[in-house]
Write a protein that binds this ligand. Structure first.
Ligand SMILES: Nc1nc2c(ncn2[C@@H]2O[C@H](COP(=O)(O)OP(=O)(O)OP(=O)(O)O)[C@@H](O)[C@H]2O)c(=O)[nH]1
Length: 291
């Protein structure tokens, strides 16, 4: 069986750093893994491991800017359209790897996760090639600074999750920036921002945290009742469908990556006897419980 892990998340969330760490960890545990770079704008020095498959061998943003006069954002979208039309190129390369992990480092453009057809199409193709695919979605720990920021991060993760419908793991990255450190207080700890208890409330989102007004006691901001009702409805949704807990990623702690890898392995194995399911391949029964 071949396995693919899509490493997704907003720009700067730590996707390449995590992909590198995962490669190191898999190598140390004697498993064969290959890095796939899907970011046509990736800087060459962002990889500790040379990618085995690199979209930049097919097309890069620099090409589109210099040859087609696109700007950086238009160039990126052009690259994905181009890859969509040349999926056989990717399939041919992926076909070379048997019984391996492919760690697929994705770009950070949020539209790619919310509405662009590229990733769902990629997942369909991987499934057709008989690959078991899961995704990790990284959100950086600075999103825990403020519950409104956190709320928007949770919604972005959920939006990506429903767009792809594959086994999914949310990760709170860069935890070294907020976890108290015995030698030197971490940034968050110094600001009095985080306590262990508060961190736990974010990692497994506490509905009360999300609906409470900003500020405390008499200083609490009055909440517009219409927004309060909307927030409560969203919180209820999160509570009813508990898919949005976050695993902490602290690269200074080797156990952290091991725990995440075991979750990835578990989600990959889940449903091993079933045929891989294509995303968006829904029928009426899928909506039966939604009334
Ligand atoms: N403190 C800390 N910094 C990190 C960690 N992971 C990544 N960084 C830093 O965060 C920045 C962005 O990391 P990348 O791994 O390039 O993030 P990315 O998500 O691949 O970025 P894009 O490809 O631009 O979307 C770099 O300066 C990293 O050194 C971490 O666990 N802790």
């Amino acid at each position: 069986m071949r396995y693919a892990v899509l490493v997704t998340g907003p720009a700067g969330a730590g996707k390449s750093t995590f992909s590198n760490a995962l490669m190191t960890h898999l190598a140390a545990s004697k498993r064969t893994a290959h890095l796939v770079n899907l970011d046509p704008a990736a800087a060459p020095d962002s990889f500790e491991y040379a990618p085995s498959i690199d979209i930049k061998d097919l097309i890069s943003v620099e090409d589109t800017m210099s040859e087609l006069n696109y700007g950086p954002n238009g160039g990126l979208i052009y690259c994905f359209e181009y890859l969509l039309q040349n999926m056989d190129w990717l399939e041919e390369h992926i076909g070379e790897y048997e019984n391996d992990y492919l760690i697929i480092d994705c770009p950070g453009q949020i539209e790619l996760y919310t509405h662009h057809p590229f990733l769902p199409s990629l997942v369909r193709n991987l499934s057709r090639l008989g690959m078991r695919t899961s995704a990790v979605y990284l959100l950086e720990s600075q999103f825990m600074e403020d519950k409104y920021k956190f709320f928007s991060g949770v919604l972005s993760a959920m939006s990506a999750m429903v767009n792809l419908e594959i086994p999914w793991i949310n990760i709170m990255s860069k935890m070294d920036l907020v976890l108290p450190n015995t030698e030197e207080p971490a940034v968050g700890a110094r600001n009095g921002m985080r306590t262990q208890r508060n961190i736990a409330r974010y990692l497994d989102p506490d509905p009360l945290l999300l609906v409470a007004p900003r500020g405390r006691g008499d200083e609490a901001d009055p909440v517009n009742p219409r927004f309060h009702a909307l927030n409560q409805a969203i919180v209820q949704l999160i509570e009813d469908h508990p898919l949005v807990s976050f695993l902490p990623l602290d690269l200074t702690n080797p156990d952290s990556i091991e725990t995440i890898l075991s979750h990835i392995d578990y989600t990959m194995q889940y449903g091993e006897d079933e045929e891989p399911r294509e995303p968006h391949d829904l029928d009426e029964g899928d909506f039966a419980d939604m009334d």
